[in-house]
Design a protein around this ligand. Sequence first.
Ligand code: ZN
Length: 246
Amino acid sequence: MIAVAEGIWCLRRPSYFACSYVVAADDGAYAVDVGMDSGAADFLDGLQATRIDPRQVKGVFLTHWHNDHSAGAAFLKKNFGTPVYYADAEKPFLTRATAKHGLRTWLGERVPEEGPLVLLRGLLEEAAPAAVIADHLVRDGESLPGGFRAVASQGHTPGHVAYFHEPTRALFCGDALAVVNGQLRLMARPVTPDLPAAREAALRCLNEDARYVCPGHRGPLTKNVAEERARLRAQLESGAPWPLLG
Ligand SMILES: [Zn+2]
C-alpha cells in the first residue's frame, strides 16, 4: 500500500505492479479499479491496510474491462452491494457478451489468476472473468459521487475512462497514461490498439489540472506533475511517432 496523498491510497500487486486506488470521502470511500482476483482478495487485503471497511466503499469506478483492473468488481457488488460504474463501450466485455467460446475459453479458464499469466486469461477470453452489470454507465464529463468527474479516454480499450477527483485534483488515468521512473509516459504500442484515439485520450488526461497522476500500473506521480504534463504534451503535439515501448 502506497499513501498517495491525504485520503488517497494506492493498492499495488506484484503482478504487473497493477494498481487499484481508494479515496476517502465524506460518505465513506470510493475505489478506482479493483483487479486482479475474481474473489477480490487482493483488493480486500490492500483495503485492510487503509482501515476502511469494504461496506464503506460507496462505489467502484472501473477505467476499463481488462481483468487486472476489473476482476474484483463482480464479487464486491455481489457481497457488499457496492455500486459499479463504467462506460457503455466496456459493457460487452464486462458482461462477458464478448467471451469467446471454444478453445480460447477452455484455455482462458485454465490460466491461473495469479502471477504474470493473469492478463493472458482475460485476453484469451476477451472478457472479464465474472460478468458485472454496471449500476451506472458513465458519460464523458459527467460528475460522479465522491467528487469524481469522468474523462473519456478510449484507445487502450473502446470505452476506457479516466476519473478526475476534483477535491484533491488527483487524476486516475488507468492505462491511458503510464508513470515510469518519475516520468509520465505513454503505454507501449502493442497494448494500444487505437493509436489516434489513445493520442487524443493522453492529451485529454494531460490537460486536466492534476496535482497527482495515478496510473493503472507501477505507482503514482506526485512530484513535478505540472512539468511532466507539459513535457509529454509537447512530445505528443510534436507529432513524434508513438514510441514502441511507450
Ligand atoms: Zn489494460
